[in-house]
Design a protein around this ligand. Structure first.
Ligand code: SAJ
Length: 454
């Protein structure tokens, strides 16, 4: 190893390196806390003054990071935060954990990565290790990050070290947190890889070395594209089962008894969150640059994006049995978070369903114990909505209840007892009921089954 590499490796081994994390969200803050716990003097850098203030006051704003941990690390002087990038002058390593959203055109939005790297480059000095963690297309580290950093005149792999390591944070996961999820690491050079593995090895149990930054970038995209494509497959199966009068939920539950070679995914109202609906399009965008046509990804995206429309058709079908139209009906959406028992609404399909119903003249409302209000800017109705309580007595006010997110907190027995019509997109109501219209399953026989004929 070169003298610079040797010196950094010794500082890492002796916990004398000053570590920094750019981007203090659900990935960056847990990582900063783990590095500080591993014994490094760690500085978080974020543009959001409130995040910085909260950490310096010893308070966590990420549910997976206990405030007690932040308090303890602050008291020990091993964790601090700032908005001022000049601190990079005194740091030895930087992990970049900034968002990688999609533009409206479904092209990658690299602006967060570029601005973070440019800010770091201003204070880059020999001997530093820079690791990108943001989920992005294969080639980003070498084609975007490396040139921006080398504009300083310093050479990657020689004057400073460069690696990529995908984040694998699953917010709210009670078993797997930053310290015990295997960490994939790819370096620009073997020395870059060694140094990045050395850094992560101080805080994370299992390090998975791969041969390049491109491999590491592709690993993450495979992980999440795998999910998006399989969810798309089971959503398509649900559409088939609907026509074939087969209960897709029963099919999946029986298929998952296969002890090998199968992994259960479930149909739903669409794909939400900041990973699964987005990451595959980073891969397909890059693939298209090589002239390759990523049909699987695009098809899964098409099917998943079509699910909110299918849900609205289901609502129309249900109301039709009461000789009602969506137009003028009062419809309540149960659950707007993108998945059960969390408060995150990013890309939530509930917003699409709400907007589609509103566009067709429905009087819409929503209930969600985790989401007290919905701002007009977040959905096509453009007006603010406050969550209503789904209490006994209030349920029968609505012509139809649509279960979009099956929070455990909902009283499903009350819903079945009181709702005139329910569209269930999550198999939240297990027992068949004539008033319940389930995504991908035939209706139960019974009183409500008969369609009122004029
Ligand atoms: N969904 C379905 N059917 C399924 C699974 C999910 O419709 O069978 C929907 C969910 O309702 C949600 C969306 O897909 O709207 C995404 O759900 P997700 O379970 O994939 O949860 P995410 O978006 O929080 O994904 C994260 C990812 N973690 C990282 O990228 C580090 C993903 O890789 C994890 O596998 C996932 O959490 C997890 O397993 O919880």
């Amino acid at each position: 190893m070169s003298a610079l590499a040797d010196s950094l490796r010794d500082k890492l081994r002796g916990r004398r390196a000053r570590t920094g994390v750019v981007g203090l969200g659900y990935v960056g803050l847990p990582l900063a806390v783990e590095l500080a716990k591993a014994g490094f003097q760690t500085t978080g850098i974020d543009l959001d003054e409130r995040k910085v203030q909260s950490i310096n006051d010893g308070r966590s704003y990420i549910p997976d990071v206990p405030t007690a941990d932040v308090q303890k690390l602050r008291a020990a002087g091993s964790l601090d935060a700032t908005t001022d990038f000049s601190i990079v002058t005194s740091l030895d390593t930087i992990n970049i954990c900034v968002p990688t959203p999609l533009r409206k055109t479904k092209d990658p939005d690299m602006s967060y990565i570029v601005s973070a790297v440019e800010a770091v480059a201003k204070y880059l000095h020999p001997g530093m290790l820079i690791v990108l963690e943001s989920t992005t297309y294969p080639g980003t580290t070498e084609e975007v990050v490396q040139p921006l950093l080398e504009q300083t005149g310093f050479k990657a792999g020689q004057d400073f070290f460069l690696a990529f390591s995908p984040e694998r944070v699953d917010p709210g996961n009670p078993t797997f947190q930053t310290h015990n999820v295997p960490k994939v690491v790819g370096g620009l050079t073997p020395v870059c890889l060694d140094l990045a593995a050395e850094l992560y090895g101080t805080a994370i149990k299992t390090i998975v070395r791969v041969s390049s930054t491109r491999v590491a970038e592709m690993v993450k995209l495979l992980e999440n594209t795998f999910r998006a494509v399989n969810i798309g497959l089971v959503n398509e199966l649900a559409l088939m089962c609907d026509r074939m009068h087969i209960d897709v939920w029963e099919v999946v539950d029986a298929a998952k008894t296969k002890p090998f070679g199968f992994m259960a995914f479930y149909p739903g109202p669409g794909l939400g969150g900041h990973c699964i609906p987005i990451d595959p399009f980073y891969l397909s965008w890059k693939a298209k640059q090589t002239g390759f046509d990523p049909r699987f990804i695009e098809l899964a995206g098409h099917i998943n994006a079509g699910m909110p429309h299918y849900v609205v058709d289901k609502v129309s079908e249900a109301l039709n049995t009461r000789r009602k139209a969506i137009n003028g009906s009062s419809i309540l959406i149960a659950g707007v978070a993108y998945k059960r028992d969390i408060d995150d609404m990013r890309e939530s399909p509930a917003l699409d369903v709400l907007s589609l119903l509103h566009a067709r003249g429905a009087k819409v409302a929503y209930a969600d114990p985790y989401v007290p209000e919905l701002h007009g800017r977040e959905w096509a109705g453009k007006y603010d909505l406050k969550a209503v309580d789904l209490t006994r007595g209030s349920i029968s006010e609505y012509d139809c209840i649509v279960i979009i997110t099956d929070h455990k907190a909902f009283d499903y027995d009350a819903l079945v007892a009181e709702a005139d019509l329910i569209v269930d997109t999550r198999n939240a109501i297990k027992k068949p009921h004539p008033n319940v219209f389930k995504l991908g399953a035939p209706r139960a026989e019974g009183e409500g089954h008969k369609i009122a004929i004029a």
